[in-house]
Design a protein around this ligand. Structure first.
Ligand code: THU
Length: 137
């Protein structure tokens, strides 16, 4: 069971990470923080490219960083988008990739620079996940 305090810590790590985003084209920085099963946290930022299609989102960079460190399961996610006032959720591609390494009941929090925040779950963000049974859980 992930506590609200743990989600606060995770979100502050995402917000801190967002400062390192390479978002020179969109000017839209994103930071993502994943809680690992061992209690450690891995972060990722969006990394853009002048060949725009090569941009990789913060969420996928966080997942790939964690997997490269031997992590195989993440229990919570926080996303910070400091250049929007309102919360911005993960894109469709990232929802699919996140679902490979996170259970449907894993909490997800996202918020912009304003007061509003969204508390959701992976399963809510990717409902009717038809290939879930194929995942190497
Ligand atoms: N972006 C993310 O990093 N995560 C999302 O879920 C949505 C979009 C990035 C991609 C691009 O660098 C910028 O935000 C604007 O789309």
């Amino acid at each position: 069971m992930i506590t609200n305090e743990q989600m606060d810590v995770l979100f502050s790590q995402a917000r801190k990470a967002a400062q390192m985003a390479y978002a020179v084209y969109s000017k839209f920085r994103v930071g993502a923080a994943l809680l690992c099963e061992d209690g450690s946290i891995v972060t990722g930022v969006n990394v853009e490219n002048r060949s725009f299609g090569l941009t990789v989102c913060a969420e996928r960079n966080a997942v790939f960083t964690g997997v490269g460190q031997g992590k195989r399961k993440f229990t919570a996610l926080a996303i910070s988008t400091p250049d929007s006032v309102e919360p911005v959720g993960p894109c469709g591609a990232c929802r699919q990739v996140l679902s490979e390494f996170m259970p449907p009941d894993a909490p997800v929090r996202f918020a912009g620079s304003g007061q509003d925040k969204v508390d959701s779950t992976i399963g809510e963000l990717l409902p009717y996940d038809s290939l879930y049974d194929l995942a190497d859980k």
